[in-house]
Write a protein that binds this ligand. Structure first.
Ligand code: UN1
Length: 479
């Protein structure tokens, strides 16, 4: 297939396509998906200047102008979901169905925020002083910087950019470089939908692009999704110059399976949460905590399910689990098999790399059983198709195990016991709770985010997004 030649997109124009970097198909590493530039401070300065110039006009235009562009872009993504979903699968490695599904999700997000653009969330109140009125307005922040990961290369840029744009901000996006072609496809869709020059800008390249955005004095806010290590650097730099910052980082999401659970249903939920999208979701069900009475049956059945999943090239018919997205991710996944078994975990399924017809980062879906909650495999995010299981003697112990560790993104429970489900909902330390569902797989119109080491700052997505992407002005009016 053709290699795309990409540039940055600054001030409404594609520029600087020098082919310094490349992305490869993780299902067939002989194939170069795209060549693109390695930007730096100069490109970021240029993009921020364009965004700053465009911002007042964008914010002061009729909300219908913003709504129309987002709606047209959303409709275009719907129409092109097959083609863009396939590009996504080629460049990131999730299956075609997952790639198309993610593109449709991005389309829905754009349409949702096309509506939100028309709903400014202000209030009018009576003043405590007779004869005065008080009103609050929500205003745009200015230029916002978005730094996005490779694992949802179209949905995450969409769910940050759409609210930013809907509420009158202008954007500089720095996507993960291994999924630059998908970011460029989204950018082209926004351009074709009539985005005015400078309102949305894309700067491609390595991490220094992100750092330059975070450090730029004219970037009013930064929204970041990625690792904890980079996230804390982003926050430190942003806070040092009093920029607003929002971080979405990792998870080590517990799925608690209680003794009364339906076995088949519990296994299906755990396999979906743990292995689909190759486990490359910050919401993946990576730790399954199983009540003693159902433990042995459940672990055996989950191991069987893992062995039966079809791993293959993202675009091949019948593939259920694609490759890891990069060599470094693949190496990390494999290394955790050694770490977990070295600490006493038992390999119940998988654990090996797979050699298929094409050179790619394929790994067997892996279940590591009999692990202790304190082992590294239960404390550190792997970000691959690796699930550990932990035995708990009863619900109370399962909850205690679920609440261990630094993360608090998503937590799930599989049970029919309403009392215990209620207790879990109230007492589990996580930003999202899933009842009889995988920990991954979220809606786009409700808040997304975690507690503790998983997230920092206001929630993303849906009706919550207005909090981060606007500031409040309070206006007093007398006679
Ligand atoms: C989902 O579970 O549907 O990076 C979304 C991630 C998350 C998104 C998960 N920010 O995996």
């Amino acid at each position: 297939m053709d290699t795309q030649i990409l540039g940055h997109y600054i001030g409404g124009e594609w520029t600087g396509a020098d082919g310094a970097l490349e992305s490869r198909n993780p299902s067939d590493t002989d194939e170069v998906v795209a060549r693109f530039p390695d930007g730096g401070e100069a490109e970021v300065a240029h993009a921020v200047a364009a965004a700053k110039d465009a911002q007042p006009g964008w914010a002061n235009a009729s909300p219908e102008v913003r709504s129309d562009v987002l709606r047209k872009a959303g409709e275009a993504l719907f129409a092109r979901s097959g083609e863009i979903g396939e590009l996504l699968a080629r460049e990131e490695g999730k299956t075609r169905a997952e790639g198309v599904g993610e593109t449709l999700r991005a389309a829905r997000i754009l349409l949702y925020f096309a509506g939100e653009a028309l709903r400014r969330h202000g209030q009018t109140l009576e003043s405590t002083r007779p004869g005065l009125d008080v009103a609050t307005y929500r205003e745009a922040l200015g230029v916002v910087g978005l730094i996005t990961p490779w694992n949802f290369p179209i949905a995450i840029p969409a769910w940050k950019a759409a609210p930013a744009l809907a509420f009158g901000n202008t954007v500089v996006l720095k996507p993960a470089n291994i999924t630059s072609a998908v970011a460029a496809a989204l950018t082209q869709v926004l351009h074709d939908a009539g985005m005015p020059p400078g309102v949305f800008n894309l700067v491609l390249g390595r991490g220094r692009v992100g750092q330059a955005i975070v450090d730029h004095k004219d970037v009013a806010a930064i929204s970041f999704t990625g690792s904890q290590g980079v996230g804390s650097q982003v926050a430190n730099s942003a806070v040092a110059r009093q920029a607003r910052v929002q971080l979405e980082m990792g998870g080590k999401n517990p799925l608690v399976v209680l003794a009364d659970a339906d076995l088949d249903k519990a296994v299906a939920i755990a396999a979906d949460g743990g292995f689909f999208q190759t486990g490359q979701r910050c919401t993946a069900s990576s730790r399954v905590i199983v009540e003693d009475a159902i433990h042995d049956k459940f672990v055996a059945a989950l191991a069987e399910r893992a062995k039966g999943l079809k791993v293959g090239p993202a675009l091949a018919e019948g593939t259920q689990v694609g490759p890891a997205s990069s060599e470094s991710q693949f190496e990390q996944n494999m290394s955790y098999v050694g770490i977990a078994t070295g600490e006493g975990g038992r390999l119940a399924a998988g654990g090996d790399k797979l050699s298929l017809d094409t050179p790619g980062y394929f790994m067997q879906p892996t279940v590591i059983a009999d692990t202790d909650p304190s082992m590294r495999i239960n404390c550190e995010e792997v970000f691959g198709p690796v699930v550990s299981t932990v035995r708990a003697k009863d619900y109370a112990e399962a909850l205690k195990f679920a609440n261990r560790g630094e993360f608090g993104l998503s937590a799930g429970i599989v049970s029919n016991n309403a009392k215990l489900i209620r207790d879990f909902r109230k007492n589990v330390r996580a930003g999202m709770v899933m009842v009889n569902l995988p920990t991954a797989g979220v809606d786009y119109h409700v808040p997304f985010g975690g507690t503790r080491g998983s997230s920092y700052g206001p929630r993303e997505q849906g009706f919550a997004a207005v909090e981060f992407y606007t500031q409040i002005k309070t206006v007093y009016t007398g006679d």
